[in-house]
Design a protein around this ligand. Structure first.
Ligand code: ZN
Length: 679
């Protein structure tokens, strides 16, 4: 519910864990590695490799009513969810004892408050009434700015959100960032580009219902919602485009406090910094400099009632899943326009998602103790070492880099940090108080986390911290820490199984490991050096060649049509597509090294190891997706749709064509001249 004010440079593998899920868990297959029942051997791999690899699975899989898509990541999400719910149930029924007042016990109590809809419904909006009263009292712009000073502690990011994170140019130190506007739609394009009318209308209609809930009559609510929409649209126009956001330099605008005061005099900055207990800070890095310059005049032209509605709606959206069911249901009507799912997920999962977001390590501790054996960690570390070595060999062989830049790239690879499973030291939650209501507990946990983060301003970065929870089925690369991170939940079948043959593991989790390593060398990651600092280590000549290769890949993906007249955005997805390409190439090389050393086990006699490798790679991205969600993914995501990720990277790899005897004239064929090699 709360957004960081600092630029999002962390590259996750998929969009963050699905916010929607059911408790249905498919029975684990008895086979290990690739499963022929999930393939369709009636389809030629030369014609349609996606269906050849996944046809059996696609035929038997339907998207559950409360999900917008379903694929391997959702499968793992469901498995992990069921494991966590079982643990929670055991605590609630007394079968598992927790130390009273421990972090784990607090997390379970928060979850219990979340699923207690009776109490939540009886309380209605009362937990946020004091904040609504504060908003009612905002009579003019000075009062609006006064309110902003405490907004973050009230659960709103506000108009001038401050946050603490690593300095992009000195990544060992934490600095203060100033973020951009709160926007209810996923990004600026939703306000400014054609084709989003249905989502816009759904948003305005939902906001009107929310304002009615606060007592406005229907016509005043509708015009209030329209005015807030118009304000958000004006604010959105001042922010960086998605293409501009790919360049972290544009989000890095350091200002001294004196400059900040001169640039935006309406905010009493010294008081504001004091309220956040960061008055010692000497400079603030503005991530949206045009927004900062234009905000003052925009606010001056906006009626104060519209500004009050803007705050009220932020508050309701940020609390939409912590108050009563009526509010959740109203918010859901808008969320449906983005995902297309007909049903809400069960309350047990909604509350688990919220608790995991706020007290993730308390649940992570419980999860790992039960479901992550130490040998899985050890085996994964061996796999990662093999893939890093393979990436290094590819760098050594690289044909387009000068020796000078290559040395720097190898140095960056040599300092890459690897985190597997769960943090060595868990986050603690001593300041979290479980209150009288779910909403009170949620705000206590959010504020504890906010205060802790603010207190790190000016202090060294703790590089041992994790950016994802152990129970999250995802992975990431952080350029600031130059690290790849694999939470415990992703280290399960079908990604990773110690009983599976090497080809299956290298094709699945190996592909993912290679993907994360490559992020250190994508268009964005490559702007950061071996120490995690935004600094250029490239010669101009190499950078030019690298960018030209990226542009070739942009053009290749731009041409892919996923729905009539809806194409992949090659530029926005380029860092992920480069990572997919590097991932599959590197994992393939690492597999060859393993096969040379261990021999080929051929556990599935029908297919060679090379074939199993590519089938496993396509399995990673099998998935069904609703049209609404596919459109949302194209317009707001940085990843190409799963079906594209399953085959397009493979089509750039020579060994893929050899493995399946794909030749000119076959639909899967791509001529050697069209194949792109970057890493
Ligand atoms: Zn990625």
């Amino acid at each position: 519910m709360f957004r960081y004010a600092w630029p999002a440079v962390m590259a996750a593998l998929v969009i963050s864990a699905p916010g929607v899920a059911t408790g249905i868990v498919a029975a684990q297959d008895a086979t290990y590695g690739i499963d022929i029942a999930n393939m369709d051997l009636g389809v030629s791999p030369r014609q349609d490799f996606y269906r050849f690899a996944n046809g059996g699975w696609l035929a038997k899989t339907e998207i559950p009513g409360d999900k917008s898509s379903y694929g391997t990541f959702t499968e793992l999400y469901d498995i992990t969810l069921e494991q966590l719910l079982t643990i929670l149930d055991d605590v609630v029924t007394g079968e598992r004892a927790l130390e009273p007042n421990s972090d784990e016990a607090k997390a379970v109590r928060m979850w219990q408050q979340g699923i207690d809809l009776e109490t939540r419904n009886a309380l209605g909006l009362t937990p946020i009434e004091p904040v609504l009263a504060e908003i009612d009292a905002v009579a003019d712009l000075p009062a609006y700015h006064q309110f902003q000073q405490n907004a973050m502690f009230r659960g709103l990011s506000g108009s001038l959100p401050l946050g603490v994170g690593p300095d992009l140019r000195d990544s060992g130190m934490n600095v203060v960032y100033l973020g951009g506007p709160w926007l209810g739609l996923p990004n600026r394009d939703y306000y400014l580009e054609d084709g989003n009318e249905a989502v816009q209308e759904s948003y305005i209609a939902t906001n009107a219902k929310l304002l009615e809930r606060l007592g406005a009559d229907p016509s005043a609510a509708r015009s209030g919602a329209q005015s807030v929409y118009d304000l958000e649209k004006t604010l959105a126009a001042t922010t960086l485009t998605r293409e501009e956001e790919q360049n972290p330099e544009l989000s890095y605008n350091p200002l001294t406090i004196a400059e900040l005061v001169a640039r935006y005099p309406a905010m009493p900055w010294l008081n504001y910094l004091d309220t956040l207990v960061i008055s010692g800070t000497e400079r603030v890095i503005a991530t949206q400099i045009d927004y900062l310059d234009e905000l003052g005049p925009i606010l001056e032209q906006t009626p104060i009632e519209t500004l009050r509605d803007y705050l009220r709606l932020q508050l309701l959206w940020n609390f939409n899943n912590n108050l009563d069911l009526e509010l959740e249901e109203t918010a859901f009507t808008f969320l449906q326009s983005l995902g297309g799912q007909p049903e809400m997920q069960p309350v047990e999962e909604r509350a688990l998602g919220q608790t995991s977001g706020l007290m993730g390590d308390a649940l992570g501790k419980l999860y790992v103790a039960e479901h992550f054996p130490p040998q899985a960690k050890a085996e994964m570390e061996t796999l990662v070492a093999g893939i890093i070595a393979a990436f290094g060999e590819r760098l050594e062989r690289n044909a387009w880099m000068t020796p000078e830049t290559r040395e720097k790239a190898l140095a960056k690879l040599a300092t890459l940090r690897v985190k597997v499973g769960y943090p060595d030291e868990w986050e603690t939650y001593e300041d979290v108080e479980i209150g009288e209501s779910y909403a009170e507990s949620v705000i206590s946990a959010a504020n504890a986390s906010l205060r802790e983060s603010l207190a790190e301003a000016g202090l060294p970065v703790d590089r041992e911290e994790w950016g994802m929870n152990a129970q999250t089925a995802n992975a990431y690369y952080s350029p600031l820490n130059n690290e790849i991170v694999f939470p415990a939940a992703i280290l399960q079948a079908p990604f990773f199984d110690y009983r599976a043959d090497p080809a299956s593991n290298y094709g699945a989790i190996g592909f993912i490991i290679g993907h994360e390593i490559t992020h250190g060398f994508d268009l964005q990651g490559s702007r950061f050096d071996e120490n995690g600092n935004l600094a250029n280590w490239w010669t101009d000549e190499d950078r030019e060649r690298f960018e030209a290769l990226n542009q070739d890949l942009v053009a290749q993906y731009d041409a892919i049509e996923v729905l009539p007249d809806l194409f992949v955005n090659g530029q926005i997805t380029v860092t992920e597509n480069v990572a997919d390409l590097g991932g599959v190439e590197t994992a393939y090389d690492a597999l060859q090294t393993v096969l040379a050393a261990q021999g080929d086990s051929r556990s599935l006699a029908e297919f060679t190891s090379e074939q199993r490798f590519f089938v496993a790679a396509a399995t990673v991205w099998r998935g069904e997706i609703r049209d609404e969600a596919l459109i949302t993914r194209i317009r707001s995501g940085v990843h190409a749709p799963p079906e594209v990720r399953a085959t397009q990277p493979l089509r750039n790899v020579d060994a893929f064509f050899d493995a399946f005897a794909i030749v000119e004239g076959d639909p899967m064929y791509l001529s050697p001249a069209e194949r792109i090699r970057i890493w």
